[in-house]
Design a protein around this ligand. Structure first.
Ligand SMILES: Nc1ncnc2c1ncn2[C@@H]1O[C@H](COP(=O)(O)OP(=O)(O)OP(=O)(O)O)[C@@H](O)[C@H]1O
Length: 389
């Protein structure tokens, strides 16, 4: 675990009645770090955020901020502010009163509140709108008021619960950059819940991918995208194409045996703790080199043979639906190849994510992000994959 952790979550378990949501989860966040909690609906992101904020009580474990245990403290004594998806603004209050609400609760004198509200309005580009009611604002402006209300109380930690999901796509991109720039300017520690992987990667220093109440992987956006620690993370990060292969470890490589629709290939292990046996291969549509079957191979890697079934234009690239034997995959190319064309797909070794196929009885890895800088070989889930294959 990071020794310089500012927000430290240790063995946190949270449930609702008989439903267990988080199980012994560990996560350390550095001061000034922006962390995105990313995962599918129902994986426990909001529950974790609400436990950090103090709105749900854990059944076990601890939450500490700068070395101070806050696990049993009420939300208003944790030095945190939460921004909700729904904004949760008071409709009958003006923008200025909404922003100053937390300061009023703290009993600050009126002049101090007005000064701070003015600062926040200027910071967020809301100057001149202080007298309006939330109903007379755009969605983006409302979200900025909600952010302003959170920042006005000078929190040590800013918690963001899908704050952009009610905004339309164009405004969402703009507000995304505004929040990130503001967080960096203020040096505030932020935890952001989202199910949008692009948003998580664009905003965060570190992305924490959650799967069914546990941390599947925590790392920089680049690590998570290019070195997914499990087939689940690979698929969640867009490597949705899947093939079942067989491999044999030989020194620093894994040798993939040829099959009816693909040739043999040598893939460098590159630190991965893979074992010989059944493999699940994952790759992105854009990682594929797609060619007519009789064209000379353009690149080295795993070569697959198939037929184009359908093609559509994505803007910038053509997406081909290709059948490899019984397996459908997607492959992108700058030029389109017509349906029924016999094609070769080549996946360069560095873009082919390989995982040992887990046995159905494989025990769950511990929920733990305490090895964010560990190599693939030493990550708990990698070791598990190697152990059970
Ligand atoms: N108040 C509650 N009472 C009972 N079960 C709950 C409650 N809140 C959440 N849950 C359950 O806990 C699990 C995790 O929910 P949570 O809201 O943390 O997920 P999430 O990852 O944030 O999902 P989403 O992206 O849909 O918001 C889900 O199975 C959900 O049904």
């Amino acid at each position: 675990m990071n020794d310089d952790a500012f927000l430290r979550i240790t063995d946190l378990s949270v449930g609702y009645g008989a439903t267990r949501v988080l199980e012994r989860l560990r996560l350390s966040i550095a001061r000034g770090e922006f962390v995105a909690l990313l995962g599918a609906s129902g994986c426990g992101k909001t529950t974790l955020l609400r436990a950090i904020a103090g709105f749900v009580t854990p059944s076990a474990g601890a939450i500490a901020v700068a070395g101070r245990d806050v696990t049993r403290l009420p939300p208003d004594r944790r030095g945190m502010a939460l921004v909700f998806q729904s904004y949760a603004l008071w409709p009958h209050m003006s923008v200025a009163k909404n922003i100053g609400y937390g300061l009023k609760l703290k009993g600050l004198p009126r002049a101090a509140i007005e000064r701070r509200v003015g600062e926040i309005e200027a910071l967020l580009g809301l100057s001149g709108l202080g007298g309006r009611k939330p109903g007379a604002l755009s969605g983006g402006q409302r979200q900025r008021v909600a952010l302003g209300r959170a920042l006005a109380v000078d929190p040590q930690i800013l918690l963001l619960d899908e704050p952009l999901s009610n905004l339309d796509a164009r405004i969402r991109l703009k507000v995304r950059h505004e929040i990130r720039a503001l967080q960096q300017r203020l040096g505030i520690t932020a935890v952001h819940v989202t199910h949008d992987r692009e948003e998580a990667m664009a905003m965060a220093d570190r992305v924490v991918v959650m799967e069914a109440g546990r941390i599947a992987q925590a790392g920089t956006p680049e690590e998570i995208y290019n070195r997914p620690a499990s087939a689940f993370v690979a698929a969640f990060m867009g490597a949705e194409n899947m093939l079942a292969l067989n491999g044999t470890v030989r020194g620093e490589h894994i040798h993939i045996a040829a099959g009816p629709h693909y040739g043999a290939a040598e893939v460098p292990l590159d630190g991965r703790a893979l074992a010989s046996g059944a493999l699940e291969a994952r790759f992105r549509a854009e990682a594929v080199q797609l060619q007519a079957h009789d064209a000379p191979p353009a690149t080295e890697g795993l070569a697959l043979s198939g037929h184009v079934e359908a093609v559509s234009y994505l803007g910038g690239a053509w997406r081909h639906s290709v059948r490899i034997g019984q397996t459908p995959v997607f492959a992108d190319a700058e030029h389109s190849l017509a349906p029924r064309t016999a094609v070769r797909l080549t996946i360069p070794a560095e873009k082919l994510f390989l995982f040992n196929t887990p046995s159905p009885s494989g025990a769950a890895a511990p929920a733990d992000d305490t090895h964010p800088t560990a190599t693939r070989a030493t990550r708990p889930d990698r070791v598990r994959e190697a152990a059970i294959s």
